[in-house]
Design a protein around this ligand. Structure first.
Ligand code: AGP
Length: 612
């Protein structure tokens, strides 16, 4: 999704902007551009395609400046062309924008009536013209922006510069993430702090509705017209933990980081085989009242929620519902008191999940209901973490690959910790059971490491997929969501059409698709459903389907003609979905590499989906 970088300094910031954009490439985009203010001029370059194209153009044109804004665009309004790439200019104003201006057409009509000529199909260009127009009635750039903001409907983050204001950069946050990177004698903005990590680890997080004016040495933030203070936080994230290291792709690196990521995530909550007393401290009172769970999430995070539903209901007898945020937010769900609303999100900025959360909070207040909210998230500073009562962090480190891997398995680990915590508070799980599961959690990193040893065998399976057009993934119980997740992974990075099914559903439709050409991936852990799953495998084989089975080493499932088996180390049934995620991730990864796709930045997708 779109990315913003901007800055004001003594030195030239051209390379800082380009490097910042490169660090945002993982978010997904289709064009890039920058504008620098230098000697009373706006110097702009924009290119379709990768940031490297923009970098080459900037090198050729030799433009530089110590005040500027830059952008990677993910097309929403208008095709990915140079004309539609940001920054957009009106007179002496240049603007970059993330998000969507919903009432842009209406504003555009008014501006055209005033004589403004539009050179792009974007919604963003209205902002540039509006600021330009507002400057007719005020000499202050900040004041002009303040006049424009109430006219904009939608979600947006903005970076704005002007040739007559070479000592200031104006930024706005309204529904789209924006962070200020605080330097010494220089300040920066970005939609993602990752872009600024090489230059600072001190960040100021704007609140929704904030407008800020940055100079080289000062940052003034305004909310509802009043000057406000926003704290500066120091991050311990380093530049290196966001680099590819020895791996060919971020995705592969992130798959291999899972043992450590899970270890980190569980360490924050466990003391030996017991839950630490300070884990989710002060939540006891709220959790004791909880009578049901409602999980809201999108994509892979939604799949994590589906697995948690099995856990909440089977392990601690607590009703749990899971819903895709983009549906939940628009269907006027009944908000019920004594419910724990759990948002699951890698980024903590996903537009639909955030909107569903805010809508729930608003409706609960309107009905006078007592609801508790909690976020499971990989970004400690995200909007969701800040806006929920409690948060449980997945300590996976930055996840750059668009296909979520370590964020997903750490979400599962975190969800299990939450299940145990609530179960303990509500006395619905025994100490022995807690100890059993926590000792298995501690053992998980080793089991995953052993599963990763099968990488070469999985690569050989992947070689059989390169010419395939379609694929089915089947699982039962907690591995049904892993079948969905495996299918999502395969389609998003290899572009092979894939569907996940609960294996019991096979004969209710998808079996009609099975023939010699249809690969069927099976998830076969050692659990109560294994015999039933074996029958489903027979049904596929009887129709000529080719089976690719990830099976427990003790399952008794062996390789044979048109049945390829990779044996997964034995793991308890309850934690098996965490382990079985790994082979499906590796399979998708290798198929994508063999098919030559852009594994880390698959076409049309974005890492952080900050527009709906
Ligand atoms: C996963 O591989 C996807 N790229 C996607 O489904 C993702 O999980 C979804 O967009 C939700 O993102 P979030 O976890 O940041 O909210």
């Amino acid at each position: 999704m779109c990315g913003i970088v901007g800055g004001i300094a003594e030195r030239s910031i051209t390379n800082i902007l380009i490097e910042g954009l490169k660090r945002l490439e993982y978010r997904g985009y289709d064009s890039a551009g920058l504008a620098l203010i230098n000697a009373g001029q706006v110097l702009r370059e924009r290119r379709v395609g990768k940031v490297i194209n923009l970098a080459e153009a900037v090198e050729t044109s030799h433009i530089s400046g110590s005040l500027g804004i830059a952008h990677t665009r993910w097309a929403t309004h208008g095709k990915p062309t140079e004309e539609n790439a940001h920054p957009h200019i009106s007179g002496n104003v240049a603007v970059v924008h993330n998000g969507i201006i919903e009432n842009y057409q209406e504003l555009k009509d008014d501006l055209e009536a005033l004589g403004y000529v539009f050179t792009s199909q974007t919604d963003t260009e209205v902002v540039a013209h509006l600021v330009n127009d507002a400057l007719k009635s005020t000499p202050s750039l900040l004041e002009a922006v303040r006049q424009v903001v109430p006219q904009l409907k939608g979600a947006y983050a903005l970076g704005i510069v002007h040739t007559d204001h070479p000592n200031e950069l104006i930024t706005v946050r309204e529904g789209s993430p924006l962070v200020i990177g605080v330097g010494i004698g220089e300040n920066f903005i970005s939609s993602d702090q990752l872009a600024l990590l090489p230059i600072t680890n001190r960040f100021m997080y704007l609140e929704e509705g904030d407008i800020a004016r940055l100079t080289r040495t000062s940052i003034e933030v305004f909310a509802n017209g009043n000057r406000v203070e926003r704290p500066v936080k120091e991050l311990d994230a380093t530049v290196s933990n966001a680099s590819k290291g020895e791996y060919k792709h971020y995705m592969l690196k992130e798959i291999y980081e899972q043992p450590e990521a899970i270890q980190q995530t569980i360490s924050q909550a466990l003391n030996g085989n017991a839950l630490r007393p300070d884990f989710l401290k002060n939540a006891e009172v709220d959790f004791s009242k909880i009578q049901q769970i409602q999980i809201i999430a999108c994509g892979t995070s939604y799949h994590a929620g589906m697995i948690a539903k099995y856990w909440f209901e089977q392990l601690i007898d607590l009703p749990c519902q899971v819903e895709i945020a983009s549906e939940f937010r628009y269907r006027s769900p009944v908000i019920v008191g004594n419910t724990l609303y759990v948002c699951i999100s890698q980024s903590g900025e996903t537009a639909d999940t955030l909107a569903a959360l805010r809508d729930t909070q608003k409706r609960a207040v309107a009905k006078g209901l007592d609801v508790v909210t909690l976020t499971i998230c990989n970004v400690a500073t995200s909007s969701m973490v800040r806006e929920t009562n409690y948060s449980l962090l997945t300590l996976a480190g930055p996840e750059i690959g668009v296909a979520s891997t370590k964020a997903f398995t750490t979400q599962l680990a975190a969800l299990m910790l939450l299940v145990l915590k609530i179960g303990q508070v509500k006395n619905s799980i025994s100490t022995e059971q807690v100890e059993q599961i926590t000792s298995e959690l501690w053992h998980l990193p080793k089991v995953i490491l052993n599963t990763l040893q099968h990488n070469d065998s999985i690569l050989r399976l992947a070689e059989l997929f390169t010419e395939k057009q379609h694929c089915l993934f089947l699982g039962r119980g907690t591995n049904f969501p892993i079948a969905l997740e495996g299918a999502l992974k395969l389609k998003e990075i290899s572009y092979i059409h894939a569907e996940g099914y609960a294996a019991g559903e096979l004969k209710h439709g998808p079996l009609a698709l099975v023939d010699n050409e249809m690969p069927v991936v099976i998830l076969a852990p050692q659990d109560d459903m294994l015999d039933k799953l074996k029958s489903n495998m027979e049904e596929v084989q009887a129709r000529g389907g080719e089976l690719f089975v990830f099976a427990d080493v003790n399952s008794g499932i062996k390789g044979k003609d048109r049945q390829h088996v990779v044996h997964v180390p034995n793991v308890s049934a309850v934690l098996s979905p965490i382990v079985y995620s790994v082979p499906v991730q590796l399979l998708s990864y290798h198929v994508a590499v063999l098919r030559g796709t852009d594994v880390d930045q698959p076409r049309n997708l974005a890492k952080s989906v900050t527009v709906e």
